[in-house]
Ligand binder design. Sequence first.
Ligand SMILES: *[C@@H]1O[C@H](CO)[C@@H](O)[C@H](O)[C@H]1NC(C)=O
Ligand SMILES: *[C@@H]1O[C@H](CO)[C@@H](O)[C@H](O)[C@H]1NC(C)=O
Ligand SMILES: *[C@@H]1O[C@H](CO)[C@@H](O)[C@H](O)[C@H]1NC(C)=O
Ligand SMILES: *[C@@H]1O[C@H](CO)[C@@H](O)[C@H](O)[C@H]1NC(C)=O
Length: 780
Amino acid sequence: MAGSAWAICCLLGSLLFHVGSPSPGPSPSVPRLRLSYRDLLAANRSAVFLGPRGSLDLQVMYLDEYRDRLFLGGRDALYSLRLDQAWPDPREVLWPPQPGQKVECVRKGKDPLTECANFVRVLQPHNRTHVLACGTGAFQPICTFVTVGHRGEHVLHLDPSSVENGRGRCPHEPSRPFASTFVGGELYTGLTADFLGREAMIFRSGGPRPALRSDSDQRLLQDPRFVMAARIPDNSDRDDDKVYFFFSETVPSPDGGPGHVTVSRVGRVCVNDAGGQRVLVNKWSTFLKARLVCSVPGPGGAETHFDQLEDVFLLWPKAGKSLEVYALFSTISAVFQGFAVCVYHMVDIWEVFNGPFAHRDGPQHQWGPYGGKVPFPRPGVCPSKMTAQPGRPFGSTKDYPDEVLQFVRDHPLMFQPVRPRRGRPVLVKTHLAQQLRQIVVDRVEAEDGVYDVIFLGTDSGSVLKVIALQGSGLTEPEEVVLEELQVFKVPTPITEMEISVKRQTLYVGSPLGVVRLQLHQCETYGSACAECCLARDPYCAWDGSSCARYRPSSGKRRFRRQDIRHGNPAVQCLGQGQSQNKEASGLVTRVFGTEHNSTFLECLPKSPQAAVHWFLQRPGDKGTDQVKTDERVVQTAQGLLFRRLSRLDAGNYTCTTLEHGFSQTVVRFALEVIAAAQLDSLFLREPRLEAPSAWGSLASASPKAWYKDILQLTGFANLPRVDEYCERVWCRGVGERSGSFRGKGKQAKGKSWAGLELGKKMKSRVQAEHNRTPREVEAT
Ligand SMILES: *[C@@H]1O[C@H](CO)[C@@H](O)[C@H](O)[C@H]1NC(C)=O
Ligand SMILES: *[C@@H]1O[C@H](CO)[C@@H](O)[C@H](O)[C@H]1NC(C)=O
Ligand SMILES: *[C@@H]1O[C@H](CO)[C@@H](O)[C@H](O)[C@H]1NC(C)=O
Ligand SMILES: *[C@@H]1O[C@H](CO)[C@@H](O)[C@H](O)[C@H]1NC(C)=O
């Protein structure tokens, strides 16, 4: 019984916490469905890999869809997992720091546990058989080529003799923000390349060409936090290919005022940059950067800026369309914590780089557009057909006039910032319990259009699945949080997220390990058309008999019902059968309460976005009335609480939910009130009790006898059946049948709780065997 008391007290704690709050109405940022770690595992929606030691110290992840492998870099180790099989069959290769380096690292004052190990931070495809891996090497970066085998093989092998110095290719620290990409046999990195972590640069190395780096004297990069690097072709001319870097910088206040501000940037270099001949030798001669703006207009013209770049996802389009850059930002304000997702079209980024350069006459002056003559070739452009025309012999950056190189050195910043599409974020999240760390986007074709499903990784080991519905014109997008998925058992920051559209799977990494997560599991939404429709999940549609994956090309077209934009089952599901709660709405749970005591009727709608309404049919009444709540009768997020039961409260109670104009019955109760006088007489007959006290002691005195008495009092005719019922409900250990109600965690576990003890003031018991639908029971 100790367990039950605990469960009850916790349930109460949360209950009382909600007392006084208005009835829960639809709130867009509340996920429509919450799935716990156990729910996901039980439904085969996720699978977890934590390595042989229970934690990987994961730093980097490389999804190789060509080889059907997932490569992981951890602490002193590399892993390879096959994607075409269930999780098992991992390969592990140990890769500790170079001999003696660990001791050296500790001697230099670094932490033996969190710093003096080889944290693998680079995993990039090299050729058909090898992957480039680099690690911090206990503060002495190292790189090597790892044999991974041809496609179809599952090999992971590291030759310790092939390990080489990795300086410039990997940071010294495991924690410092860092970005890398592998293009044409060369590794591009954005990092701090020295022991002290002060020398910030963009670095290219690994090919036959001499390594190229940023000019450190110029303060081209100011305290950068690199987030992502990728090659993005500007057009079909491969000579024009550039590597783009996304990062944040901390710069002196732009208006010349005191202090520093954080701004986010997109920067780029030409793949065919070879540095200058006299100026900028072995330094980038094409580096330019621009500001990325993500802000919300506020009242009176003041804007709320989201300036700290957290993560970037590139949504590669179908042929002929411009690449879209999804960026997740946070605020750095001390007063409020918020996150925003902005979408930039690559054409808008190009336009800014083709626009005016930023210029100012001195550190104390304002920035303005550069108004003078811009030399040819235009600073920042790659040597290509455009620059190498007859009479314009600029086939390499080494041929560029000094004037051009000087200009690009002095004007690396563009004047115009890059603004997001529609001038505002597609998603803004404030007052979140968690922080957002990672973003992945999937463009999904649905019955009524194309939707971008946004997956957001939090710092508490969960993933939010969100769509932002764009209204017409400049109206704010409507946010629909479809699911909140607790993929890790314990809170841990999500640091890596990769999507395989082919496999409809998300790979989610945290320092602990990796989780494979299915993007959708339509049957979770329920077995009725209305539930499927209310889910508004672009992946799912009602196919006439179940909620299933929507496939635009498949047949059975006329059967498919889906309404992402409005989630209106009344229109979509006409004649498609009623809700799964058909059984539940017919079933009535008998509940007994004692006069003057408190009683609780539980109603947990599946969707927290639904508005809950209670209706009462009093004995003898034909119709039902909405329950009037006041200080005595309180509607909480979990149900209806009677602080002090009156005989007039008896009757049939119906809990219904309303969502998008669609009403469903969740539970029905027949509440019977036992008159205080009847109880008193019962207590007097009980010899072992001096005075009527807590029901708890009553129960422990003779658990079987007392409830029979009460049942007799309430006038049950069919005592043997009731007896059996009570045996089940009251006289069993709570733990036995306990199950977690979806997403409610501990609070609602032990649904067969034998009662509700309200401590000294409220001594009462409520018996309620909840009619959970069979599906819910299975899911526990
Ligand atoms: C979950 O997946 C495993 C392996 O793919 C399979 O053996 C098992 O039957 C699945 N379980 C359910 C409930 O689908
Ligand atoms: C891949 O690169 C590694 C390391 O440079 C080299 O040893 C190997 O022969 C290459 N394999 C192929 C198939 O080119
Ligand atoms: C409550 O519902 C039950 C079952 O539907 C019915 O038999 C009973 O008469 C109802 N009681 C009241 C007070 O309406
Ligand atoms: C609960 O019921 C008992 C028995 O009728 C009564 O003595 C007690 O005062 C009631 N408790 C409250 C809080 O009203």
